[in-house]
Design a protein around this ligand. Structure first.
Ligand SMILES: [Zn+2]
Length: 74
């Protein structure tokens, strides 16, 4: 009866500060911070940031918008 007590692997959380959603994607933190410099990230940000679906979408949208803004002379 020696059942091993395995702790369920904790799902990775989104790196965006205050966001508790489960991360679905990870992107380069450099790219993320370049696209969304105003977004605060949780403490342990390494080379990559984990993003939930919502924040990943925001990132994707932002990278698109940036291209748009360049065109407008920002
Ligand atoms: Zn998030």
């Amino acid at each position: 009866m020696a059942e091993r007590h395995r702790r369920p692997e904790e799902p990775e959380r989104c790196s965006v500060s205050g966001c508790k959603d489960e991360a679905e994607r990870s992107v380069s933190s450099k790219r993320y911070q370049a696209a969304l410099p105003g977004v605060a990230l949780n403490g342990e940000v390494g080379r990559r940031v984990a993003l939930c679906r919502r924040h990943y979408k925001e990132f994707r949208k932002k990278t698109k918008e940036d291209r748009e803004l360049e065109r407008l002379g920002w």
